[in-house]
Design a protein around this ligand. Structure first.
Ligand code: GAP
Length: 444
């Protein structure tokens, strides 16, 4: 993981947040390439969820909702982790994860391992961040930053049913920030207190719930494969009865083999009619489907819930590669072209040569109309290639002496390092096609 963190920082993908003040534990800011890449992850999700289907619509609900939403959903009473404090080392641990924790003393021990560890009884700690709405600081002004985007979807069920004229099976998809006051955040972007979620609630007739549950597990697994994660690094893990969330009838995780071991990338849950029933009871508004023939039922919900940050991390981990080429070390991000932040680099071989620069700038101006491309004339060509390799740019077009003679350019493939010559006038069409081609990682 250290190499990934270092590359992300060195190349401007992700930095520790508010670093000049010493940072804030497990909070990160995305830099230029990080933003471009995370936007690509989200765009691919919107494509798969909305653009390529007719049965899912989009939503962007508020982050701060009426606090009664969180009472009805069970989050006020039940969205807790058990924690213990150690009076000796003054650290706080999740009571259910003591085996994996290390205490604050040197040499570090497992909390409770020695008689010196003075642990408190486990207490339940609510993970929701509290805030206050309006100027008065009283009980009535308490509100919460949402801990999941899902509830914003459930409370809009009736709007979408009526206004988007949908009937089950249909889904509502949303991407947005969520907040959890995690007791043990960490492992870079894997667990932070502020993060994004990509959630889709799929409303189905109850009798079809099992079938749709299996369908969405498969769809979501395939989505990760489609964007380059190696199948050997992915698995589906069904939840045991005793680890199911309070709302879930069944759940399975798509797990990725992160450097910290197999861990959840996305959860797919059958939430039954829990949420719509709770909100009906609490709000007095009936959240149900009434068919043309008068039949009525509360749909069941199948929920694939993933996160752009965790997906971003898995994609970078999977893409990271080191090799020796011509006796020199090369670090390369073998990202799927649809995920790579920059699609092509345009490089004049000799930056002082005005004719080369002019040709290169002309090509850059043409390509940038359709794609995120980068013009770079800073430093030796080898260093410029290495910079592009480290940010995962799949193609580099080099303008050289021959370009000035016959208007051809060299294209260099990031993965194979193969080079070929193309007429400069055909580069835009060539790149458009190359980015559409099926891609598989050359990593074993
Ligand atoms: N609505 C269901 C739900 O929120 P979850 O498994 O708690 O389920 C879904 O969260 C996804 O959100 C996770 O699979 C993960 O990708 C992302 N996620 C959850 N907590 C996170 C955290 N603290 N930091 C980064 N991503 C997180």
């Amino acid at each position: 993981m250290d190499k990934i963190v270092s590359l992300c920082r060195r190349r401007g993908f992700v930095f520790p947040s508010s670093e000049i003040y010493g940072g804030l534990g497990s909070a990160y800011d995305y830099g230029h390439y990080g933003v471009l890449m995370k936007n690509n992850v989200k765009a691919r999700w919107w494509e798969a969820m909305v653009q390529e289907r007719e049965d899912i619509v989009a939503l962007d609900s508020a982050i701060i909702l009426n606090p009664r939403v969180w009472e009805a959903s069970g989050h006020v009473s039940g969205f807790t982790d058990p924690l213990v404090d150690c009076r000796t080392c003054k650290l706080r641990f999740r009571a259910d994860q003591l085996e994996q924790a290390s205490c604050g003393r040197k040499p570090s021990k497992r909390p409770g391992e020695t008689p010196d560890c003075d642990l408190t009884e486990a207490r339940h700690f609510n993970l929701m961040f509290k805030t206050q709405v309006g100027a008065l600081e009283d009980e009535g002004s308490i509100a919460y930053l949402r801990p999941e985007t899902a509830q914003g979807i459930f409370v809009n069920f009736k709007n979408v049913l009526q206004l988007a004229r949908r009937k089950p099976p249909f889904g509502i998809a949303q991407i947005g920030k969520s907040f959890r006051n995690e007791i043990t955040p960490g492992n870079f972007l894997f667990r932070t207190r502020e993060f994004e979620q990509m959630e889709m609630e799929f409303f189905v007739p109850p009798a079809e719930a099992d079938e749709w549950f299996r369908y969405w597990i498969d769809q979501r697994f395939q989505w990760y494969v489609r964007y380059g994660l190696r199948e050997s690094m992915l698995r589906i893990r069904p939840h045991e009865e005793d680890e199911l969330a309070h709302y879930a009838k069944a759940a399975s995780d798509v797990e990725y083999l992160f450097p910290i071991g197999w861990s959840e990338l996305e959860g797919i849950a059958n939430r039954g009619d829990f949420d719509l029933t709770q909100h009906t009871e609490s709000s007095g508004t009936k959240l149900e489907f009434v068919g043309e023939g008068g039949e009525r039922y509360v749909p069941y919900v199948i929920e694939p819930a993933g996160g752009p940050d965790r997906t971003f991390l898995a994609l970078i981990v999977d893409a990271y590669d080191e090799e020796v080429v011509a006796e020199r070390d090369r670090t390369v991000l073998r990202l799927h072209p649809a995920i790579a932040p920059v699609k092509a680099a345009i490089l004049p071989l000799i930056p002082r040569n005005g004719d080369m620069v002019e040709k290169a700038r002309g090509l850059f101006e043409e390509l940038r109309r359709k794609h995120v491309v980068e013009y770079d004339d800073g430093g030796q060509i080898g260093r410029r290639y290495r910079r592009q390799d480290e940010i995962g740019t799949p193609y580099a077009f080099t303008i050289d002496d021959q370009t000035l003679e016959d208007d051809t350019v060299t294209v260099r493939d990031r993965d194979s390092l193969a080079q070929e010559r193309l007429p400069i006038g055909g580069v835009a069409a060539w790149l458009g096609e190359a980015l559409e081609r099926p891609w598989r990682t050359p990593k074993a």
